[in-house]
Design a protein around this ligand. Structure first.
Ligand code: MIC
Ligand code: SF4
Length: 656
C-alpha cells in the first residue's frame, strides 16, 4: 500500500519507532525556528545542555512578538537573542523584520524538509510541502543540538478539496469551515493532508493560510502536496532550486476523510471568543465594528493585504471605524510601499504598523471597552486582545475590509451589490518578492560571538527527580478549553518577563484566579484540575515552567492539548487523565493523595494510579505515556533527563 505524503516525509526522517498511529516515533529535524518570546529559553536551555553549535541544517531566530520594545527588557531579550544566534550558529532576523512564520516562508521553507518551531503556528510552510511541527522550547533546544524529536504517530486526515472558490470566498473561509465542523479539539493527534482537484486552484499563500490556522484545530500539522504553483511561488521568491515534486501515492490510505467542495464555501467569521465559533458573516451582518486589523502570520502577507488595498482604493473607511494594517513581514511592507499601495491605504484612512505580532497578543491597538474588533488573525481567545470582555471576530481580509468600509459586519457580496463598483479582488501574486535582506544576519557573518545577558535574562529553573509521594491541595479547578493565554498571558506587561521565570510566575493563571500564584507559592506543592483540552493554543513552555516553579506537581484533566502535554512532561509535571465523573466530583481545596508509589509506578510502566480525595473517597487517574516520557517525568524533566542520557551534556543524536 502506498504512503501518504506525511508518511513519506516521516519515513525519510525516521530514527526510531514505526509509523503506526499512536506509536511513539523519533524523527530527525532539518530546520528549526524560534521567536523572541520562546527563543530566550530555547537558547538558555541550549546553553544549560552544554551545547555549543547548532547541528540542524538551518536554525533561524526571529524577533517578532516584542518588536515595539516598549521596555528595555524587550530590547535586552533581542540583544541576547542576537548574541545567541551569533554564538551558536543561527540566522538572526532583526526586530521589525517580520513574524517568524511569514519570514520563514519567504526565506527558508523547503518542500520535503522537517521543521520544529518554538511557536504553535510553525505548520505554516506545510502549504509548500514542508512537514513543520510546533513544540515547546526545550524540544527545540534538543533538536537543534542534533537530538531526535519524539511524537506520537498521528492519524492522517485526508482533506479532499473539490471545485473552486467563488468570488469573495477565500482560503481563510476554508479553514474556518473546518473549524466549524471539527472544533478546536477536533484535530488533536492528527495531521491534515490536503488532496484532490481543488488543491491546484489554490496558490501557495492561500495554502499557507490554511496550514497556519490548522493549529487552531489542535492538529499536529497540516500539509499540501507540491505542484506547479509551488515551483512558481519558489521562483518568485528567487528559490526555485528548493523545488521537489511531492505527493501521496495513488493508493495511499488515510485514517479519516473530510470532503470540502470549495465552490460551496461562503464568507465566514469566527465569533467571540473561540476560533471554532464560526458562522456565515451574513448571520451577524449589521454588527457595528469599531476596529479592523489586517495582519498576523495567517493573513499578513503582501498578497493578503493587496485585496484590502484594492477594495479601499479611491474610498474612505467608515468614520466610526479604525483600521490598521500590520504586515506580516518587512518585505511585505516594503513591497506595498514600492508598488504604491501603502499610499492608497493611508489615503483611505488606514494606519500602518511595523511588521509584528503586536495586536494579535494584545500589544498595541487594544480595542476600546465594549467594542467590536474584526481581525484577520487566527485566535480570538477571551482577553487576548489586551482587554477582558473583548469581542474579537476572525475573518478574511476581504470581510475585514468590507467591515471597515461599511462600519459594520457585512457579507462582502452584499456590499458589492450595494456599492455597485466593488469588484472581488481575487488573489494576485507579485512577479517577484524582491524585498531587501538587510534585516537577516547569516550565521557565517555574525555580529556577536559571545552571549550578552542583560539584567532581565534569568536562570533556567530545574526541579529534582520525582519521588514516590505526591500529595497536596487542589489549588485551582478549571473548565474545558483552558488556553495557554489563561495560564501565562502574553500581554505587554507580562511578556517582557519570559526570560525571568521567577517574575513571570507571579502572573500564572491570573486570568482565571488572581490569587493563584500567591496561594501556590505558599502551599507546599499541589495540583491543578481541568476539563477537556487543557493547555490549548500556544507552544509556550512557560505555561508548564511557571506552574513547576510554583510547586505544581500534577494536572488532573479530562484531556490535554498536544504541545502543552509534552511541555508538562518536559518540566516534570504529571499529566493525569481523569474521567468526567471524577472531574465533576473533585473540588477546589480538596486534598489529593496518590496512593501508589508515584516514581516507581511511573518508571515501571503503571498506567492507573489510585487517587485519594480528602481522605474520604478514591478515584483512578490514568498516565498515558511512552517509556521515554516516563523516564523524562521520573528524572524531573527533559533537561535533567537529556543530560543524564548523554553523560557528556549533549543530547542523544538523531541517528542513534
Ligand atoms: C501565540 O500565537 O499564542 C504565540 C504568542 O505566538 C505563541 C508563542 C508564545 O507564547 O510565545 C504560540 O503560538 O506558540
Ligand atoms: Fe504572532 Fe499571532 Fe502568529 Fe502567534 S498567532 S505568531 S502572536 S501573529
Amino acid at each position: 500500500m502506498g504512503q501518504t505524503l506525511t508518511e513519506q516525509i516521516l519515513a525519510d526522517h525516521l530514527v526510531e519507532g514505526e509509523l503506526e498511529p499512536g506509536e511513539e516515533i523519533g524523527i530527525e529535524i532539518d530546520q528549526v525556528l524560534a521567536q523572541d518570546t520562546t527563543g530566550t529559553m530555547v537558547w538558555l536551555q541550549f546553553e544549560a545542555l552544554e551545547l555549543d553549535e547548532v547541528q540542524t541544517e538551518l536554525a533561524a531566530q526571529y524577533c517578532d512578538h516584542q518588536t515595539y520594545q516598549f521596555d528595555f527588557k524587550n530590547t535586552d531579550d533581542h540583544r541576547f537573542l542576537r548574541s545567541a544566534a551569533g554564538t551558536f550558529g543561527a540566522y538572526f532576523s532583526r526586530p521589525g523584520n517580520g513574524i517568524c512564520h511569514q519570514v520563514h516562508k519567504e526565506r527558508f521553507a523547503e518542500p520535503g524538509k522537517t521543521m520544529l518551531g518554538a511557536d504553535s503556528h510553525t505548520p505554516t510552510p506545510g502549504g509548500l510541502g514542508e512537514l513543520a511541527i510546533g513544540a515547546g522550547g526545550l524540544d527545540i533546544s534538543v533538536a537543534m543540538g542534533g537530538g531526535a524529536y519524539y511524537l506520537e504517530m498521528p492519524e492522517i486526515v485526508n482533506v479532499h478539496l473539490e471545485g473552486e472558490l467563488p468570488p469573495w470566498s477565500t482560503a481563510k473561509d476554508v479553514i474556518l469551515e473546518l473549524l466549524r465542523r471539527l472544533s478546536v479539539k477536533g484535530g488533536v493527534g492528527k495531521v491534515f493532508e490536503y488532496t484532490g482537484p481543488g488543491v491546484e486552484t489554490l496558490t501557495v499563500p492561500e495554502r499557507t493560510t490554511i496550514t497556519n490556522m490548522g493549529t487552531e484545530l489542535g492538529a499536529t500539522t497540516s500539509i499540501f502536496p507540491t505542484d506547479d504553483h509551488t515551483r512558481d511561488f519558489l521562483r518568485r521568491l528567487g528559490r526555485e532550486d528548493a523545488y521537489i515534486e511531492l505527493g501521496p501515492a495513488e493508493d495511499a490510505t488515510y485514517d479519516e476523510e473530510q470532503v470540502i467542495d470549495l465552490s460551496e464555501i461562503e464568507p465566514l467569521v469566527a465569533c467571540p471568543s473561540m476560533p471554532d465559533n464560526v458562522v456565515p458573516v451574513s448571520e451577524v451582518a449589521g454588527t457595528e465594528v469599531d476596529q479592523v486589523i489586517i495582519g498576523s502570520c495567517t493573513n499578513g502577507a503582501y498578497e493578503d493585504i493587496l485585496p484590502a488595498a484594492k477594495m479601499l482604493e479611491g474610498r474612505e473607511i467608515n468614520k466610526t471605524t479604525e483600521m490598521i494594517v500590520a504586515p506580516g513581514s518587512k518585505q511585505a511592507s516594503e513591497m506595498l510601499a514600492r508598488h504604491g499601495w501603502t499610499a492608497e491605504l493611508m489615503a483611505a484612512g488606514v494606519n500602518f504598523s511595523e511588521a509584528t505580532c503586536g495586536a494579535c497578543i494584545g500589544i498595541g491597538h487594544v480595542p476600546a471597552s465594549d467594542s467590536v474588533s474584526v481581525r484577520t488573525f487566527n485566535r480570538n481567545f477571551e482577553g487576548r486582545s489586551g482587554i477582558e470582555d473583548d469581542a474579537v471576530y476572525l475573518s478574511s481580509p476581504e470581510v475585514a475590509a468590507a467591515a471597515a468600509i461599511a462600519g459594520e459586519l457585512v457579507d462582502p457580496r452584499d456590499l458589492a451589490t450595494d456599492l455597485g463598483d466593488l469588484e472581488a479582488p481575487g488573489v494576485e501574486l507579485p512577479d517577484e518578492y524582491d524585498g531587501s535582506t538587510a534585516d537577516i544576519i547569516p550565521p557565517e557573518d555574525p555580529v556577536d560571538d559571545d552571549l550578552v545577558k542583560g539584567p532581565n535574562i534569568g536562570e533556567v529553573p530545574l526541579r529534582g527527580s520525582l519521588d514516590n509521594d505526591l500529595a497536596g491541595p487542589v489549588l485551582l479547578k478549571m473548565r474545558d478549553n483552558i488556553t495557554t493565554d489563561h495560564i501565562i498571558p502574553a500581554t505587554s506587561d507580562i511578556l517582557m518577563y519570559r526570560s525571568n521565570i521567577e517574575k513571570l510566575s507571579e502572573f500564572t493563571l491570573s486570568r482565571v484566579d488572581e490569587t493563584f500564584a500567591e496561594r501556590a507559592m505558599k502551599s507546599d506543592g499541589g495540583v491543578l484540575v481541568a476539563g477537556e483540552n487543557y493547555g490549548q493554543g500556544s507552544s509556550r513552555e512557560h505555561a508548564a515552567l511557571c506552574p513547576m516553579y510554583l510547586g505544581v506537581e500534577a494536572v488532573l484533566a479530562q484531556s490535554f492539548a498536544r504541545i502543552h502535554r509534552a511541555n508538562l512532561f518536559n518540566f516534570g509535571i504529571v499529566p493525569f487523565a481523569v474521567d468526567e465523573s471524577a472531574y465533576e466530583a473533585i473540588e477546589q481545596g480538596d486534598d489529593i493523595e496518590v496512593v501508589d508509589d508515584l516514581a516507581d509506578g511511573i518508571r515501571s510502566g503503571q498506567r492507573e494510579f489510585t487517587i485519594r480525595v480528602d481522605d474520604d473517597w478514591e478515584t483512578t487517574a490514568v498516565l498515558n505515556a511512552s517509556e521515554r516520557e516516563r523516564e523524562i517525568l521520573a528524572a524531573g524533566g527533559k533537561l535533567a533527563h537529556t543530560k543524564q542520557l548523554a553523560g557528556d551534556g549533549s543530547p542523544a543524536p538523531a541517528d542513534d
